[in-house]
Design a binder for this molecule. Sequence first.
Ligand code: ADE
Length: 232
Amino acid sequence: LMKLGIIGAMEEEIILLQNELGAELAKTKAGKKFYKGKFKGIEIFLTESGIGKVNAAVATQILIDDFGVEKIICTGVAGAVNRELDVKDVVISIDVVQHDIDVSKYGYPKGFIPRLGIREFQADKELVKIAKEAGNKILKNNKVHNGRILTGDQFIADRKTVEELWKEFKGYCVEMEGGAIAQTCFLNKIPFVIIRAISDRADGSAHIDYKSFVHDAAKNSFLIVINMLTRI
Ligand code: ADE
């Protein structure tokens, strides 16, 4: 059986999958719960990583080491950076950049990791294709975009920062885990894709919009993941 890892940072982002898959607790490690479920011919390992890059990296490495997952999908919500995105639209990662990495003092572009020599981590082309097909099929009232996803250990809630992120990286949306999952997958040669539905516009009212839209947005990302499982 193919072993698939699915990561969401928060309960809102994994609860629907947990219910749909009837996933059961397999182990707790590093304070994180790992659930095991099955869907058609796929063995699924689902975890709520917790918020931020360190939590996401630790959860990803555990999925790889302890459960032997062969591919990883991240599902959840994000703030819009591309002004053409609406709340509840979805971004499928073409690639992922950690916007909070800054060694520009040595002449490196923002997001670039010296020595590793990488700025953008490429998502798996096949997973991206499947996610896009699933999204186009399943979401009739919201758009599905392929684009760059930005990650940093910051909840972005100010227009000026959004403008800077757009100018510097041309990222479509910003969240707090995808880049860490991407880098961990890269280091372990595991294919990944990040799926993020827009919960807010990362501006001055981001914290209010987030509260209003997190559940609808998380549901759109969930719907895509479930539909992907029939195509993977
Ligand atoms: N996740 C959802 N909205 C976000 C934002 N505005 N910044 C960072 N992560 C987010």
